[in-house]
Design a protein around this ligand. Sequence first.
Ligand SMILES: Nc1ncnc2c1ncn2[C@@H]1O[C@H](COP(=O)(O)OP(=O)(O)OP(=O)(O)O)[C@@H](O)[C@H]1O
Length: 611
Amino acid sequence: MISPAHTTDPEIVVAPRDASKVSLFRRVLRNPLAVASMGFLAIAVITALFAHFLAPHDPNTAVIQNVLAPPNSENLLGADGAGRDVLSRLIFGAQFSLAGALVALLTSMIIGVSGGWLAGYFGKWIDTAWTWVISLMMALPTIIVLLAARAVVGPSLWLSMLIFGVMLSPAFFRLVYASVTAVRNELYVDAARVSGLGDGRIIAVHILSVVRAPIVIQSAIVGGIALAVQSGLEFLGLGDINVPTWGSMLSDGFTNLYTSPMLILWPALAIGLTLISLTLLANSLRDELERSNAPRKQRRKAKAPAATEAEAPSEIIRHEESGAPDGEVVLEVTNLSVGYPSPDGGLKKVVHDVSLTVRRGEVHGLVGESGSGKTQTAWSILRLLPEGGKIVGGSIHFQGRDLAKVSERDMQKIRGRSIAYIPQEPMSNLDPSFTIGSQLVEPMQIQLGISAREAKERALSLLARVGIPHPERTFAAYPHEVSGGMAQRVLIAGAISCNPDLLIADEPTTALDVTVQAEVLDLLRDLQKEFRMAVVLVTHNFGVVADLCDRVSVMRLGRIVETGPTEPIFESPRHPYTQELLGAILSEAEPRGPLVTAGNSASASPKGAVR
Ligand SMILES: Nc1ncnc2c1ncn2[C@@H]1O[C@H](COP(=O)(O)OP(=O)(O)OP(=O)(O)O)[C@@H](O)[C@H]1O
């Protein structure tokens, strides 16, 4: 029977699939304001693109007898103070004004987004350098910089917009930096790294998905600001007089405000409507995003059951093997020491001279109290120590290579392919933005070089192998649609997907319900025997050690205090710490009775104490 605590909550159903799958663009299309904004912007862009065909006259040809002419059959919107056709200038104005804003937008986007990514993802000196440059930019008064630039380089629309773009880049930098630093330490990003994905791939897949939507919204806002500032500069007469822009038309209209008031109306309308459209569009996009991020709880529909742990088969077919493993040595850790920089400038060692050997088909348990260095040892083997952590001594020989010395590039090929990892918290190790299937398929394609179709077939058969009852449905599901136990099965499927030689499991059942724990341990045992993997199992649970491990190393304060085959250690522990740990396990003896207190001697009978 499955404990209700870890079956999929019956009140929580598969998120409204059609809602979550509908693209942001299609959802925005349901908003009339957004549609009107997009309609106006589309007209402006088409006008800008086809200005040469649409404009009835050359925008710069001045006809002296047309000066300030009112609307007539030749000049439909009249002529300006220099006798140029207003309609043609308005049409070409769309081209130059929007192109100018685009130059500023693209410049700020390229600098801000790439800088935010690099600084946020890689941190360290890259972060410091970028933050310093961006702070400097923010400290500079933009309008003074633009005026100074105009004085130096002349009245160039493109150059001033390029410089303005550089000044606007902090808007993108801060946004992307904040998103990336928030996601960088998510466990699913670590999980992607463990499965062998490189930094480029992780940035492109897991991090881009997070910042994509905010970037789109910010683009609409920054585009509007660029258009407004550009028009302002042109209005002040700081622009190029040979380039027809809405800002320069505004300036001309203002000069002739009392004689021809209509001249200011057209560019003001064009600028105003474009800015309003961009703002409304940005707001609609933000609203839609916020709505789609709202909690996805909904009553279960009778005919759409979620894939639940309860559906997992209660019996898993086993391929029993007996006898102690005597296979080749897969992993040999010798005198491993790990350290972190301490505040006094020295080094604080958290793992001291740890040595262990794991053979093919053998499960080696690392056991000990919290903080004893189990995880640091495991992460050293994967060469994925947290920031600041360093292997400061010893060697980690895996299939003839010292992992402490191989390049990061080679390590990427080893992780996920030859050494796989099962984490403690299954849910946090799956990226909530992607389906389970895509998260299984991608590492397989990279590590095994197989096609998407082959990877999908393999993923489906692995899902079936780890006891998931409806592989197709789980393959298409998002992580929040499955229970914790199912998610752990998915991660186990991912870990064994490339037939690893060594599996590192870091407290793989700690976050699961007791009943599901037993099933997942059974599954691990079966798979380990079937694939004859060497396994390093990190746990603080002697029950798990007794259940799974051939050998065990007891750790305390970063050192191994006792190591050897499991049975003899359980039967006659030699080190006092091992004895203490084993002594702390609840014995199967009869439970003690309640405390005997004065006046309560009636309840002193042990029998009476058993409830
Ligand atoms: N980023 C870090 N910087 C400095 N010290 C660290 C860091 N991470 C871990 N440590 C230290 O390393 C030691 C070992 O930690 P580790 O996580 O390996 O313990 P553990 O045995 O796995 O414990 P648990 O069962 O609680 O996970 C601890 O004393 C811890 O304080």
